[in-house]
Design a protein around this ligand. Structure first.
Ligand code: ADP
Ligand code: MG
Length: 382
């Protein structure tokens, strides 16, 4: 349904924000650590028009449309508060709330969304929704926010409005990644560097394997990992796990009171080190050599951190067995997506092998596509 038919007003513009995959650097963002995301070509688009009253009217085509009876959501701009909005509308409403909390004057709005970012697949559809909202309002109301400020606003929406305790990786990736690059992100100071990722030139392809599995208790388990990581940093007296160097890991592990904490600290500390090593390899033009780092990261998340699941493990195992240079789960885990770095000529073969293995195991057919490093949030033509 078009914006005009829904709201009786033509949109003042269109904006888009992408989903993302994280090449490496998982569960590091809430430990002040490093990550290496890239933006996907899949985006959430927003069309926006201003209203004379103080209502916020939201519609998501192909999403709320799937929920029987869920027409446009109609909210009072002045009554937005954490916990006051439930369901999908909490993400965009949270973006509006966070901008007002930061002191920006906003008026009533109609916003209609369309998206081809897979939802709930660990590819950050929630961040795309928040970031596109903040990006559009930044332009419309002339707020003069940088992409980093947009990401901070979007993260505040997710943490404080919807109550999801995620780190800031997803929002930073959606707001700040650039086409043709992976972004080295330091989540401590939000410093970033765009690193060319010319896979085609190097004869490589990056496959995303969406297992279409989503575990119901993921949020609680994620929150527990955060608490355990904080405890794991506190024992050796570090401000965050980021501050434990890989060469001091054994020392830090020896100071921990139990095995659960050791199994949380080891993956984070080694993962930060893997990001640093992946960056060095990419800087040296050796993208194909990062494969073993990806696979080592997966083993660590599976065996120690405990955030994988049988479908992710199968996707990784079969990809590597079919000749992938490396593969790992990407995103928070407990379902969602894996990625596999493959020689361009082996992409079809690898995808076929994964599909066949899922079929044999009785799993839902995975959705497999190529990750092409794309642009971050921006205004787009109609
Ligand atoms: P992910 O970010 O990995 O896709 P999340 O659980 O963080 O998974 O976010 C998924 C939720 O975000 C959906 O359940 C829905 O509430 C909301 N969402 C994402 N994209 C859209 C969209 N295009 N329209 C409406 N809601 C969306
Ligand atoms: Mg999300």
């Amino acid at each position: 349904m078009t914006h005009e038919r829904l709201f009786g007003a033509a949109p003042e513009g269109h904006w888009s924000a992408p989903g993302r995959v994280n090449l490496i650097g998982e569960h590091t963002d809430y430990n002040d650590g490093l990550a290496l995301p890239l933006a996907l070509p899949h985006t959430t688009k927003a069309a926006v028009s201003r209203r004379a009253d103080r209502r916020l009217r939201l519609f998501s085509g192909g999403f709320s449309g799937d929920l029987p009876g869920a027409g446009p959501v109609d909210l009072d701009l002045d009554a937005l508060a954490p916990g006051a909005v439930t369901g999908w509308a909490a993400y965009p409403a949270g973006g509006v709330w966070a901008l007002r909390e930061a002191g920006h004057e906003l008026g009533g709005l109609n916003i209609s969304y369309e998206s081809d970012v897979p939802v709930g697949a660990g590819l950050s559809s929630s961040a795309a929704l928040e970031v596109v909202t903040a990006t559009a309002l930044n332009d419309i109301f002339g707020l003069d926010l940088t992409p980093v400020a947009v990401a901070r606003t979007a993260a505040r929406a997710e943490n404080d409005f919807t109550g999801v305790p995620c780190g800031i990786l997803d929002q930073m990736a959606s707001a700040c990644c650039t086409s043709g690059h992976v972004m080295r992100l330091d989540t401590r100071d939000l410093g970033r560097r765009q690193i060319p990722f010319a896979m085609a030139l190097e004869g490589l392809r990056l496959l995303v394997i969406d297992t279409r599995v989503r575990h119901a208790h993921a949020d609680g388990a994620y929150a527990r990992r955060r608490v355990e990581c904080e405890a794991g940093a506190a024992a050796p007296g570090a401000p965050a796990l980021r501050d434990v160097a890989a060469e001091d890991l054994d020392d830090a592990l020896a100071r921990l009171p139990d095995d659960v904490l050791r199994r949380r600290v080891r993956p984070v500390v080694t993962e930060n080190d893997r990001v640093a090593r992946a960056v060095s390899l990419l800087d040296a033009g050796r993208a194909r050599d990062i494969g073993p780092l990806l696979s080592a990261g997966h083993a660590s998340l599976r065996d120690d951190f405990g955030v994988s699941c049988p479908e992710l493990d199968l996707a990784v195992e079969v990809s590597v067995g079919a000749g992938a240079l490396g593969a790992r789960m990407t995103g928070g885990g407990f379902g969602g997506s894996a990625l596999a770095l493959v020689d361009a000529g082996a992409a079809e073969f690898t995808a076929r092998a994964v599909r066949a293995a899922f079929d044999r195991a009785g799993h839902h057919p995975p959705r497999i596509f190529e990750a092409i490093p794309s642009s971050g949030a921006q205004r787009v033509p109609v």
